[in-house]
Design a protein around this ligand. Structure first.
Ligand SMILES: NC(=O)c1ccc[n+]([C@@H]2O[C@H](COP(=O)([O-])OP(=O)(O)OC[C@H]3O[C@@H](n4cnc5c(N)ncnc54)[C@H](OP(=O)(O)O)[C@@H]3O)[C@@H](O)[C@H]2O)c1
Length: 208
């Protein structure tokens, strides 16, 4: 019997991460990671931690990210500032560059024909009040994935999953997403399966 593919899931303990693990664990060996939880520790905001975490994970066929933080502040409260001092700094350094750095490190680490799957969100396409950072970061991730896909070596693929708000997160996020139809998080996890177990690259899978 052939060995099961090995996939690193960053953010495996979260709402989305647990659903990805549930979807893929019947067919994959899961290496769970988080900044404070999992088989190995990876802080996506720290490039050295990403590189060290991939090394600790050993040979991998796929890397999937279910982490990424942004600030939600009204535009009227956001002042011009350097990235370090900006309200936008968290989203740029964590959800955006954290995942970009993960993709760059995974490019050099994954087995041939491996896959990278990143996470964005519906605010890339639909604005919400206080969501300018989320929209900026999620839009940038789609453009990055589109461009990075055509330069990935060794048949490595890269895709993005862009879900709307999850039913399971409505208690926390419902007030931000009035009028949006939430989806079960399992649907977003199946989009990860499509990326990991399919053949496409450079795609954004919208889960609406
Ligand atoms: N919830 C929604 O409705 C929804 C909808 C669309 C998109 N999304 C996106 O999906 C992603 C996950 O959301 P979620 O609701 O599942 O979040 P969550 O339940 O808060 O889980 C976050 C996960 O990320 C890990 N994590 C946090 N900071 C990290 C860091 N610096 N480095 C590595 N791992 C880190 C956490 O584990 P540790 O505590 O161990 O670090 C945890 O496993 C986010 O990018 C979010 O924007 C969410």
């Amino acid at each position: 019997m052939s060995q099961r593919p090995r996939i690193l899931v960053i953010g495996a303990s979260g709402v989305l991460g647990r659903a990805i693990v549930a979807e893929l664990s019947p067919r994959h060996e899961i290496v769970a990671a988080g900044s404070k939880s999992g088989d190995i520790r990876i802080d996506i905001a720290d490039p050295a931690s990403i590189v060290a975490g991939l090394k600790a994970a050993g040979p991998l066929d796929a890397a999937a990210c279910a982490a990424g933080a942004v600030n939600f502040h009204p535009l009227s409260a956001i002042k011009p500032a350097t990235i370090e001092h900006s309200s936008y700094g968290l989203g740029l350094s964590n959800k955006l560059m954290g995942q970009v750095n993960l993709a760059l490190a995974a490019r050099d680490h994954l087995n041939d024909a491996g896959s990278i799957t990143l996470i964005s969100g519906v605010t890339a396409d639909a604005p919400i009040a206080t969501g300018s950072s989320a929209s900026m970061v999620n839009g940038a991730l789609a453009s990055f994935v589109m461009a990075a896909a055509i330069e990935m070596p060794r048949s490595i693929r890269i895709n993005l999953v862009s879900p709307t708000v999850f039913e399971e997160s409505m208690t926390a996020y419902g007030p931000f997403f009035r009028g949006f139809d939430p989806v079960p998080v399992a649907r977003a996890a199946r989009a990860f399966s499509r990326s990991v177990e399919g053949l496409e690259t450079g795609k954004t899978y919208r889960v609406l």
